[in-house]
Design a protein around this ligand. Structure first.
Ligand SMILES: [Fe+2]
Length: 166
């Protein structure tokens, strides 16, 4: 699926804004978008299905997180467009591009929290690599956007992890 994105042609002929390899940045950005998308869906599913003593905390925190992710994916997709490339726009493409897996089980609430912590870690690492690629291409705007997203994921790791701390 990533190859399909790689084969896409720019929708606008090479906007001349001084970025070295817009395609590489757009492909990386599309992957970050897909990770955010899958994480949003997973987070909202856990928001619905959490149970037990942590219900209220998990329900509230996951709501904050999926709303944040919803807003973020729009910005990430629009950045791909501004680079001149089509944004991935189907669930199939999102699943193919994402580094994290969707969850079709109904895990315990403790396992939900652990899964989310793990996913936020994976996403933060992938975004960090994408910041480096964007910087190498001279795309400071993408690098800034992704850097801000890393801060969100690191905070999410802290807050979710705190729910399980003794
Ligand atoms: Fe809700």
């Amino acid at each position: 699926m990533a190859n399909e994105i790689l084969n896409m042609r720019p929708a606008v002929e090479d906007p001349a804004t001084g970025i070295d390899d817009k395609k590489l940045v757009a492909v990386n950005m599309s992957a970050c978008l897909a990770d955010s998308y899958i994480l949003m869906v997973k987070t909202q599913g856990y928001h619905w299905n959490a149970v037990g003593p942590l219900f209220r905390s998990v329900h509230m925190l996951t709501e904050e997180h999926y709303q944040n992710l919803f807003e973020a994916i729009d910005n990430l997709a629009e950045r791909v467009r501004a680079l001149g490339y089509p944004a991935p726009a189907s669930i199939t493409q999102m699943i193919g591009l994402a580094a994290i897996q969707e969850d079709t089980e109904n895990p315990t609430t403790e396992k939900m929290i652990k899964n989310l912590v793990n996913d936020h870690e994976i996403v933060a690492r992938r975004f960090r690599e994408s910041v480096e690629r964007a910087e190498e291409a001279g795309d400071v705007v993408t690098a800034d956007m992704l850097t801000a997203r890393i801060a969100f994921h690191e905070k999410a790791i802290w807050m979710l992890g705190a729910l399980l701390s003794e």
